[in-house]
Design a protein around this ligand. Structure first.
Ligand code: PHE
Length: 355
């Protein structure tokens, strides 16, 4: 009996994989296994012999069963460890350059603009692309029938049951209105976003981007507006002595209003920014009209402030030398690889805007 036990346990211990272990188990405990045969032979013995030998056989059976389970656990652990080693993936490998995605120049430019204004204490504000007449026009001092409405080439949605109709916002100025209605002065917000006008040629696309700025408190003046925009333009274009020119202009929602030009040169058909005597228009601005403050629930006797708005594609084209507006929206991967930015190079003033 001891020999049988030693032999069976040795066979279990010698199994080097799960298949061999199964063979050893069947040879001992299977239908035609050694222990099963020995059990069958008990019937031919006398009752006393049968009891003694049966008990001894059961002990061997328990020992073999325990040994098989222990060996199975050991082999399974070893098999898992071997598989993990064989299928190992090094997740620290860098992405292959040709597979890296790029940020669209619009995303990059928005990040840069927000970084500059965040540094001056502005908060980010956003509004919906689909607006109503009140936020896009009426509250901004465009009364119904005002001729300036026609200049916006507005996309309208189908009439609603009450006869009114929603529209795609034609500028980011409705976010000024939403900010004044939802925040208490002092207000300092920067609002980038999509805008829509029914226009398509070399310099216009039906969808484009603007960024709006708004400051409201008790003492803000046109001098603050100038200082803020000079600081922004010099930082954004990275030209320390970039001159700015404020030209009188008209917007229904600002009074006085101005358009801002930055210095440039067009010598030899090439555009260069800086103090070179020529001028290029880049944005609209002014002091928020008292009618707009009133429409937005702010007392114009107590509060005042400034607003500005500019086209993001336009300043991105100037900064990054992108010649054609329409290419921004063609989703051409070659263009994106050429003009795009690495996603982890987040612009920040501390580190420089572009890595
Ligand atoms: N909303 C104006 C436009 O789309 C720009 C602007 C914004 C002008 C704020 C003045 C103040 O042309």
């Amino acid at each position: 009996m001891d020999d049988l036990k030693a032999e069976l346990l040795a066979a279990v211990a010698a199994a080097t994989d799960l298949a061999a272990l199964d063979e050893a188990r069947i040879a001992a405990l299977g239908k035609k296994g050694r222990l099963t045969d020995a059990m069958k032979a008990l019937g031919a013995l006398s009752p006393d012999e049968r009891r003694a030998r049966g008990q001894a056989l059961n002990e061997v059976k328990d020992a073999v069963t325990t040994a098989v389970e222990a060996r199975r656990a050991t082999l399974a652990r070893a098999a898992l460890a071997a598989r993990l080693e064989a299928e190992r993936v090094d997740v620290t490998l860098p992405t292959r350059a040709e597979r890296a995605g790029h940020l669209h120049p619009i995303s990059q430019t928005v990040d840069e603009i927000v970084a500059i204004f965040a540094d001056m204490g502005f908060a980010l504000a956003e509004g919906p692309d689909v607006e109503d007449d009140f936020h896009n026009f009426t509250a901004l001092n465009f009364p119904p029938g005002h001729p300036a409405r026609d200049m916006h080439d507005t996309f309208y949605l189908p009439d609603r049951a009450d006869g009114s109709r929603m529209l795609l916002r034609t500028h980011t100025s409705p976010v000024q209105v939403r900010s004044m209605l939802s925040l208490k002065p002092p207000i300092r917000v920067i609002c980038p976003g999509r805008t829509f006008r029914s226009d398509y040629d070399m310099t216009h696309t039906p969808m484009f981007h603007q960024v709006e700025g708004l400051v409201i408190d008790e003492t803000t003046t046109m001098a603050h507006l100038k200082g803020c925009l000079v600081e922004f333009c010099r930082t954004f274009f990275d030209v320390d002595d970039l001159p700015l020119r404020f030209r009188p202009s008209f917007f229904p929602f600002t009074e006085p209003s101005a358009e801002v030009d930055i210095g440039c040169s067009r010598k030899g058909g090439e555009l260069k920014l800086g103090n070179h005597g020529d001028w290029l228009e880049i944005l609209g601005c002014g002091m928020v009209h008292p009618n707009v403050l009133s429409a937005c629930g702010i007392d114009p006797q107590k509060y005042q402030g400034f607003a500005f708005g500019m086209g993001i594609e336009r300043i991105a084209m100037l900064k990054y030398g992108i010649p054609d507006l329409r290419t921004f929206f063609e989703a051409d991967l070659r263009w994106l690889r050429h003009y795009g930015f690495l996603p982890l190079d987040m612009p920040s003033l501390a580190r420089g805007l572009v890595g």
